[in-house]
Ligand binder design. Structure first.
Ligand code: FAD
Length: 481
């Protein structure tokens, strides 16, 4: 890993060397970024590349960087996490200061940042749950995907959660990649999970899990699923599992294929082939199913324990000519899917971190045009807080780079950063000190990173994540004393 990181730093150095200096902007304005996930780092990358004199401060609420790359991406997808090497190289370029353990909106306000910096970039992601709005949603063991993912990935605020994994059947509502990640984590043989960076408390709980059927339920049909082919392939190949893909009208789906995009065509073909090839169930103790055309109507529980024991769904019928975006019509028919756990994978949303921020509450995103926050000169936003929880790290990279371009245009054209000289970091650090906040630097994070890797060695894992914020800070600070 170390050699990879070194290689990456070299890559970034050579990346800076490839820059066309005539297109660069010399600017002395002060820039800060809120959030250290992909959106924050890729916005920084574009700015640092194109403004050789610019320095950036990056505020992060957790004592650790990288956002959903650390706390969202599934533990059995280590390759996806390699972007951390690029982010590390950006953080070590000497022109970006990571300031961890600082919650903007609590420890410092957006106004404080606007007073201290010429440009503020909001890249704080989407870390709130969406609700189905049906009865029974508050029953025990009805869980949001966000919480479950945070739990198995060692996110401090979710690490204390206890789930009842004694039931045999779990239903996942939603048919995106997060739904398949969760299904995989529930069904993967424990010996395989042991070798990943999954949090130890989750590994222990999953090793006792009795869940052996996972039903992945969607409102629409196979032509509209949001998951991608790689994730479906992984499910199909999952050792110890058989599966059923309930295709009601394969002839119709087949007839639609010529009208679909290439990735959609390949994904649908895989579903068609897999639904007809029945995998041997001889050594399959577990099973997953893809169930389409079902809308959750209500969640039912047993009267004693207040615990879920079924999901009532309405059976749908899709109409309209637009196969990509059909209308969903309720047939009026109902069925109950018995289950002891329900995971809602219906998307994430953001919240405004200050009252004055223009915010679309229905979509859970900041109101913006091309990354420029409406009515707030010098304030920009990128990534999931701007777009909503759509797309992967690559699309977030594009969003970060695009917003970086807009910032440079505004700096170049004197639209931002022309007023009185801003105090920058020093002003914020003194405020934090006065409020007894202990900021964590990138070097301190590296001390914590080393400790996690060391602890991982004992368990034969890439790392053992530390989940207590106080312990994280203590290790980070001690490593540097
Ligand atoms: P985030 O990654 O969420 O980063 C936001 C950062 O802001 C966080 O570090 C957060 O702590 C910080 N923050 C929040 N509030 C504040 C505040 N008030 N003050 C300071 N800091 C704050 N993409 C892939 O390409 N491959 C995958 O395998 C993949 N798996 C995924 C699995 C899951 C479960 C999820 C949810 C997403 C996955 N994605 C994957 C998508 C990818 O994670 C996102 O595209 C990307 O992380 C979005 O980046 P972001 O920077 O906008 O948000």
């Amino acid at each position: 890993m170390w050699s990879r990181t070194t290689k990456n730093i070299k890559n970034v150095v050579s990346y800076f060397r490839t820059v066309n200096f005539s297109s660069q902007v010399v600017c002395h304005q002060k820039v800060c970024i809120v959030g250290s996930g992909p959106a924050g780092f890729y916005t920084a990358q574009h700015l640092l590349k194109n403004c050789p004199t610019l320095e950036i401060d990056m505020f992060e609420k957790l004592p650790v960087p990288f956002g959903l790359v650390r706390y969202g991406v599934a533990p059995d997808h280590p390759d996806v996490k390699n972007v951390i090497n690029t982010f590390t190289a950006i953080a070590k370029s000497g022109r970006l200061q990571f300031v961890g353990n600082v919650t903007v909106g609590k420890d410092v306000t957006l106004n404080d940042l606007r007073n201290a910096y010429d440009v503020v970039v909001l890249a704080y992601g989407a870390a709130q749950d969406r609700w189905l709005g049906i009865s029974g949603e508050n029953l025990c063991n009805v869980v949001s995907a966000r919480k479950f993912v945070g739990w198995y990935n060692g996110l401090p605020e979710e690490s204390h959660l206890k789930f009842d994994l004694d039931a045999e059947t779990a239903v996942i509502i939603g048919q995106g990649n997060v739904a398949l990640d969760i299904a995989r984590i529930l069904l993967t043989p424990i010996d395989m999970l042991k070798k990943t960076d999954i949090a130890q408390h989750a590994l222990e709980a999953l090793s006792q899990s009795k869940i052996k059927n996972v039903k992945i339920v969607g409102r629409r049909g196979p032509l509209q699923v949001a998951f991608t082919i790689k994730e479906l392939r992984e499910m199909i190949k999952l050792p110890g599992n058989s599966y059923r893909i309930h295709l009601e009208n394969p002839e119709f789906i087949d007839a639609c294929l010529p009208k679909t995009s290439r990735p959609r065509k390949r994904l649908t073909e895989l579903m068609l082939q897999s639904s007809s090839i029945k995998r041997s169930e001889e050594d399959s103790s577990k099973q997953w199913e893809l169930i389409f055309h079902r809308t959750p109507i209500k969640i039912v529980g047993d009267s004693n324990a207040n615990k879920v024991n079924g999901l009532v769904v309405g059976i749908n019928h899709l109409t309209g000519d637009d196969w990509e975006n059909p209308q969903v019509e309720d047939t009026g028919l109902r069925e109950t899917i018995p289950c002891g756990m329900i995971l809602k994978s219906i998307g994430y949303k953001s919240l405004p971190l200050s009252d004055e921020l223009p915010f679309d509450h229905a979509k859970g995103i900041i109101r913006q045009t091309e990354g420029r926050v409406e009515g707030m000169q010098g304030v920009f936003c990128s990534g999931w807080v701007a777009s909503g929880p759509v797309g992967v790290i690559a699309s977030t990279m594009q969003s970060g780079h695009d917003v970086g371009k807009r910032i440079i245009e505004d700096l170049k054209n004197g639209i931002v950063g022309t007023g009185t000289r801003k105090p920058g970091r020093d002003a914020i650090l003194s405020q934090l000190e006065a409020r007894n906040v202990e900021p964590v630097t990138f070097v301190e994070w590296e001390a914590l990173d080393n400790e996690e890797r060391e602890r991982g060695k004992y368990q034969k894992k890439p790392r053992e994540k530390i989940v207590d914020v106080r312990e994280m800070i203590d290790i980070a600070k001690k490593g540097q004393s």
